[in-house]
Each structure stands twice: as C-alpha cells, then as structure tokens.
Design a protein around this ligand. Structure first.
Ligand SMILES: *Cc1c(COP(=O)(O)O)cnc(C)c1O
Length: 480
C-alpha cells in the first residue's frame, strides 16, 4: 500500500485502494469515539506553530496517499477542541452521534444533490418527512407548516428574517423596526446587517434579572416607534439564550405580535430541542405560536456539523420568498407537492442533511433523544444543588435548559467584586492551559462568571465534580 495511486490523472483510486483507504478512515473515527474521553478536550496552538506544520505551496506533484492520510490523522485532527468530550462545557458542545456520522459519510459518498425533487426524489422526500416530524414536535400546523434544513442556526435565522421581511415589508423596509433582547444571539444582528437594515432599525430591549426580555420595555419601545411614524415589524424572541438558557416570555410576546401585527420569530437554536423533555416543554410554552422558528440539530439534537433548521407556520411563505425560475431549471419544475428545496431557501446545491437526522432518529428512536435531553436538564439541576451546598461556590444564574453560571466565591473570604472577577478569569485561564476541561467565562450583570452548558449525555456529575475540584485547587494556589 505504500506505492502511489495508478489513475491519479482521472482522480480515481482502484477498488482495493479505496477499501484500504476507507477502512483506515473508519478505524480512526471509531478509535476517536472509543477513546475521546481519555484525551484532553482543549487544543491550543499558535498561528506560528500551525504554519510550521501545514503551510506549503499547493503541491504540483502527487504525494503518497498513505503519507497524506497518516499526516492528517496525526497532525490535523488532534489540533481541534474535542467538542463531544464529556468535559467540554463551554460555548455549546457538539455531542454528535456515530450513526449520523456514517449517514453524512454515505450522503457525501454518493454525492447526493439535495436541491430539487428531480435530482433526488428520496432526498427531498426525507427532508419533507423529517420536517413533518419536527413540525409535530413543535406543534406547528401539520398541513400548512414547512421548513428547511440549513447549515446552522445562523443561516436559519437569516432565512427566517428574509422571509419575514418579504412577507411583511415588501420592497420598502426603510421604516421597519426589529426588536430583540440584549441576550439575543449575535447571529441575528449579523443577519439583519446582511439584509441591509440600518443599526437604527434595531431595538435592543433590556432583560430582567432572569435574563428574559422585559415585556414592559418592549411595549414602550413599540409604542414610541409608532408615535415616530416607524413600522414595528418583527420581534425576535430567544428560546434558550446561549448565555443562561433563559427563555423569553413567549406567550406574552406572541400576544403582542398578534395585536401589533408583528412577525414572531423565535430563535430556539440553543434551547428549542428541549421540547422533547417534560421540563423543557413547560419552559418553552408559546413556542408553537411562532411564525418562524430556528432550531439547531447540530447542538442538542446530537447531529454532527453542519445542521440547522428553520420551521415556518406556512410553507408558502418560503416558496414565495425564495422561488426564482431560471430557464435551465424549467424542465425539472415538477408537481408542486414534489418540493424543490432550492425554492425554499438560499442554496441551490445542497448537501443531503436530512439523511443523518432520519437515520439517527430511526436507529435510536425518539425516546432515546428524549431521555438524553431530560438527563442533561436534570444533571444541570444536580450541579446547581451541589454548588449551592459548597462553601466555595456561588450560583449566579440557576440551572436553566442545561446551562448554569456560577463563580468561585468562598464564604469566609469576602472578596471584592474586582478580586472575584480576576480570580474567576484566572481559574478559566489555568483550566484551559491544563487542557483538562473546556471551561470559559461569560459576563452576566457585569460579573465575570464561569458557564457550563451540559448537553452532552455522556457527561456525568463526577466529571463535573472533578473539574470543580481542579478549579478549587487552582484558586487556592493562586491565593497562597
Ligand atoms: C448557536 C446559536 C445560534 C447560531 O447557530 P450556528 O449553528 O452556530 O450558526 C443562533 N442562536 C442561538 C441562540 C444559538 O445558541
């Protein structure tokens, strides 16, 4: 196997070469799944180190394929954070699952074009079927509802806002105003910028002490904008903010949208999946009233990157927003029930994302997903109880949809706020340097706090106790 490939001028490998190559790739993926918990989750490398390893001119001549593969397995793949590691607590972990990894491999292997019905009736059908599963889970209208898989939550939010604007503003959106809380995800601001709204067309509504949009302030803002002759047009509510897991008052916002005739977009990229649990369903009440809803299966629905999703109350809103009819697509228009997903979103050529969702749901069953999501919510509540009982830790934002924020604040020390900020920043810094856990800070009400997002069903209370003990010893060392 050390000899070079035969048919490189046609970018081909022979059957034996392909098998050998493929088996090695699968072996390294399986090995990673099997041993990732024994590795360190944090990668750290400078640009200089990475340049030294990888920066070469595009090679004119072939390289022995075994050498390329070995080099990638040895040098490329280990230089990334392991987001599915049980001690990856930061940002939003990506627990993933092996069945979906294999599904992605199949979809890529067959290079399925998931743009139009004619190119792959099965891909389109699976997207329709899985979308119907999701519509039902979120109690969206069964017949009228629709949606589309995207690369992630950012693209789903963008797709939603394009649709909202098209439906509500038409071509003149110069006076349209969008409302969201100070905890809304940055991707919404990006989407608004991409769409060409001015900064002055966005109202950032303050949050209350539980980090939920302050309804009174929202109502004031809308009323004042009307007085100024502006056109309130859309409210973006967060269903699980990334910072604290807080859910905006969805029912109340839905009611405001109804009386004020505003578009109700819910960004559930982080927390939406929690409708699969009893506790989550209660917290997310009102989500079913959204005109458009972003969820992000590559977060809490355990799909590997990339997979986001937009659901809408009426599938026609998507086709009315995104249909274009170029001459060369004329012949494949087809029957209207045979959806061309290129007419429902921004991309024409699309990878076959529905396959991994379909295969993992079918293989594990919804019940496994429900159990995993409930487990994480319970685990985070147990972490909260553990922190409250400790004399070293202070809970800053309680366990909410598997997110908890806390800080090191030993009761006998009476540290100043400034000292606490420095200390908690130091703890995170040292933990990252140790590479033992991915744990970073966030800022809540001007305090630097540690944040854990515990959506990985393989994270245990013992993993967390381990990490907290390490944090405590770092803190004690720094004080002595
Ligand atoms: C992660 C996240 C997004 C962005 O999703 P991507 O998949 O990273 O593009 C948007 N909104 C919220 C609330 C998120 O947590």
């Amino acid at each position: 196997m050390s000899k070079n490939l035969n048919n490189t001028h046609k970018l081909q490998l022979n059957k034996e070469e392909m098998k050998n190559y493929g088996y090695q790739v699968i072996d390294s993926i399986v090995d990673h799944f099997d041993t990732e918990h024994l590795k360190k989750p944090v990668a750290y490398a400078s640009r200089e180190e990475m340049d030294t390893l990888f920066n070469i001119e595009a090679p004119e001549k072939e390289t022995n394929f075994q050498d390329v593969l070995d080099f990638v397995v040895k040098e490329v793949l280990p230089n990334s954070n392991i987001v599915s590691h049980p001690k990856s607590y930061s940002f939003v972990p990506g627990p993933s699952n092996y069945v979906s990894v294999m599904a992605d491999t199949l979809a890529t292997g067959f290079n399925v074009f998931s743009g139009g019905w004619a190119a792959s009736p099965a891909a389109a059908e699976l997207e329709i079927v899985t979308m119907n599963w999701l519509l039902k889970l979120f109690k969206f209208p069964k017949k009228k509802g629709g949606g589309i898989f995207t690369s992630g939550g950012s693209m789903a939010n963008l797709t939603a806002l394009v649709t909202a604007r098209r439906q509500r503003c038409g071509d003149d959106f110069s006076k349209a105003i969008i409302y969201m809380s100070d905890q809304a995800h940055s991707s919404n601001i990006k989407a608004i910028r991409v769409l060409g709204f001015k900064k002055e067309q966005v109202r950032i509504i303050p949050t209350d002490i539980a980090f939920k949009m302050a309804i009174n302030k929202l109502k004031n803002a809308i009323a004042k904008d009307r007085l100024k002759g502006l056109q309130p047009f859309c409210i973006i509510a967060s269903a699980g903010t990334t910072n604290t897991g807080s859910v905006d008052p969805l029912d109340e916002i839905a009611a405001i949208c109804k009386t004020e005739k505003l578009w109700f977009h819910v960004d559930g990229a982080y927390g939406g999946a929690a409708v699969l649990s009893k506790k989550g369903k209660l917290l997310l009440k009102g989500i079913e009233k959204a005109d458009s809803l972003t969820i992000d299966p590559h977060k809490w629905l355990f799909q590997p990157y990339e997979m986001g999703c937009l659901l809408v109350r009426n599938h026609k809103w998507l086709s009315k927003t995104f249909s274009e009819k170029p001459e060369y697509l004329r012949d494949i228009e087809g029957n209207t029930s045979e959806i061309n997903f290129y007419d429902h979103g921004i991309q024409l050529t699309r990878r076959f994302r529905a396959l991994k969702f379909y295969m993992s749901m079918k293989t594990f069953g919804l019940e496994a997903f429900k159990t995993a999501i409930s487990y994480s919510i319970d685990l985070t509540e147990n972490v909260e109880a553990y922190l409250r009982k400790s004399s070293n830790w202070e809970v800053i934002s309680p366990a909410t949809l598997a997110v908890i924020n806390f800080r090191y604040n030993p009761i006998e020390m009476a540290f100043s706020e400034k000292k606490l900020d420095v200390l908690n920043q130091h703890i995170s810094q040292k933990i990252l340097e140790s590479r033992e856990a991915l744990l970073v800070t966030t800022i809540l009400q001007n305090q630097i706090v540690l944040r854990m997002c515990l959506i990985n069903p393989r994270t245990t209370l013992n993993d967390i106790k381990d990490t907290l003990a390490l944090c405590e010893s770092i803190a004690k060392n720094s004080m002595s």
